[in-house]
Design a protein around this ligand. Structure first.
Ligand SMILES: [Zn+2]
Length: 380
C-alpha cells in the first residue's frame, strides 16, 4: 500500500482539481481517493500536481533515425511513400540502427510522462515486429498500427491486400495509412471492415495539406475526411484543411480526431480551426507526429496548440480542454476507448499518473506553460 498525500489531484475524466489523498494497493490499483485516507508508505506531494500520464495519439518513431533532416522540403518530399526522404532513410537503415533509435525515443516519451503512444509503423509486418522487439522492456504501451506495400497503387490486388491485413493484424493493434493519395477507396473499405471484425484500430491521415483535399475532390467528388467517415475509420489524423462540411460530418461520424499542430506548422500545411471543431462537441486527441520533425514532448505540443489556436481563431480556448486531449479524452472516445486501455485518476483505475512541481495557481496553465521534464518528480 502507498498513499500520495497533500497533492493537487486532477481527478476524473474532467480533470477537476481537488486536494485529496490517493491510496494505491500492491497491484497498482487506485483503491481510494479522499481527504483523510492514509495507508502504508506516505509520499508527500505538497506543492505538486497529480496528473494522469499522457497518450501521444500519433507518432512515427521509425524516423527517429533522421531527426531534423529535410527542413524546407514539401510534405510529399519529406514523408510520402515510397520516395519521401523518410522512406529512403528507413529502407537503408539496419534493423539494429532502427531498434536503437526507436528505443531512445520510447525512453524519451516515458521520461516525458507518456504512458501510451499510437504509432504508424512503416515496413510491413517486419516493421511491426521490430518495434515490438524494441519496446520489450520499456515501461510504455505502444499501440502499433502497421501497413503493407500491397495497399498502394492504381490497380491493387485485393486478394493480396486481404492476406497482408490478416498477417498484420495477428501482430499489430491495427492499421495506419499514409493517406487517400496512395490507396483507393476499396482498399480503405476492406481495411476498415477487417479491423472492425478483429476489434482492432483503423486509422488514416486526412486533409493534411490543401493539395491533398483538392486532389481527392477532383478524383472522387469527395473530401478526404468524407471518404474516411464513409469507409468507417476509427481514427483520422490531422484535418488541418477541412473543406465543405468536414467539421460537421466529423461530429456526426464514428471517427476519432487526432491533431498534430506542431507538425502541420513545421511542414507549412495549415492550422486546423480547433475552436470550430470544439464547438461541435468533438473531443480530439493530440499527437507529436514524426520524430524527425518534433521531439515527442506533449508539454510543448499543448503550449503550441493552446496559443496558436487562440491566435488563429481570435477566441478563448480553455486550457483544460487542451490538457484533456493529451490525457482523458481517449477514455470517453467511443471509437477508441474500448481498444485502448488508458486510465484516469479515479477509484478503480490503474495508478497511471505523475507527480509534477506546481508553478502557478492555475494547475492547467502550470502544466501547459511552465512544466519542463525535470519538473516531473515521480511517475506511476
Ligand atoms: Zn503522421
Amino acid at each position: 500500500m502507498k498513499t500520495i498525500a497533500n497533492g493537487l489531484i486532477l481527478k476524473g475524466i474532467d480533470l477537476s482539481p481537488v486536494k485529496e489523498n490517493i491510496v494505491i494497493d500492491d497491484e497498482n490499483n487506485i483503491i481510494e481517493i479522499s481527504k483523510d485516507a492514509k495507508e502504508g508508505e506516505v509520499i508527500d506531494a505538497s506543492g505538486k500536481i497529480v496528473c494522469p500520464r499522457f497518450i501521444n495519439a500519433h507518432t512515427h518513431i521509425g524516423d527517429s533515425i533522421i531527426k531534423d533532416e529535410g527542413d524546407g522540403l514539401s510534405l510529399d518530399e519529406v514523408v510520402k511513400p515510397p520516395h519521401g526522404i523518410k522512406h529512403l532513410a528507413l529502407e537503408s537503415a539496419s534493423d539494429d540502427e532502427l531498434i536503437e533509435a526507436m528505443r531512445d525515443s520510447m525512453w524519451d516519451m516515458h521520461n516525458l510522462g507518456i504512458s501510451h503512444f499510437i504509432d504508424y509503423r512503416e515496413g510491413g509486418l517486419e516493421g511491426v515486429k521490430l518495434i515490438k522487439e524494441a519496446s520489450k522492456d520499456i515501461p510504455i504501451t505502444p499501440i502499433i498500427l502497421g501497413r503493407d506495400s500491397s495497399f498502394y497503387g492504381e490497380d491493387p490486388n485485393y486478394h493480396q491486400v486481404k492476406v497482408a491485413i490478416r498477417k498484420l493484424l495477428k501482430h499489430a493493434d491495427g492499421i495506419g495509412l499514409s493517406g487517400f493519395g496512395e490507396i483507393d477507396t476499396t482498399v480503405a473499405e476492406i481495411i476498415c471492415e477487417k479491423c472492425e471484425a478483429a476489434g482492432k484500430i483503423s486509422s488514416i491521415h486526412v486533409a493534411e495539406s490543401e493539395n491533398n483535399q483538392f486532389a481527392s475532390i477532383e478524383k472522387t467528388g469527395k473530401t478526404e475526411p468524407q471518404r474516411a467517415f464513409e469507409a468507417g475509420f476509427n481514427q483520422v489524423v490531422h484535418m488541418a484543411n477541412p473543406k465543405n462540411d468536414d467539421i460537421n460530418q466529423l461530429s456526426k461520424s464514428n471517427s476519432s480526431l487526432t491533431i498534430c499542430p506542431r507538425s502541420n506548422g513545421a511542414l507549412s500545411v495549415g492550422i486546423i480551426p480547433l475552436f470550430e471543431v470544439l464547438k461541435t462537441g468533438v473531443k480530439p486527441l493530440i499527437g507529436s507526429d514524426n520524430i524527425m520533425i518534433n521531439r515527442p514532448n506533449l508539454f510543448r505540443e499543448m503550449e503550441f496548440t493552446l496559443k496558436i489556436m487562440k491566435g488563429f481563431s481570435k477566441n478563448y480556448i480553455a486550457p483544460v480542454e487542451v490538457l484533456k486531449m493529451a490525457t482523458t479524452n481517449v477514455c470517453v472516445d467511443s471509437s477508441l476507448s474500448s481498444k485502448i486501455n488508458k486510465s484516469y485518476v479515479g477509484e478503480g483505475q490503474n495508478a497511471e499518473f505523475m507527480i509534477i512541481n506546481q508553478k502557478s495557481n492555475n494547475p492547467y496553465l502550470s502544466l501547459i506553460n511552465r512544466t519542463e521534464v525535470n519538473d516531473i518528480v515521480k511517475i506511476f
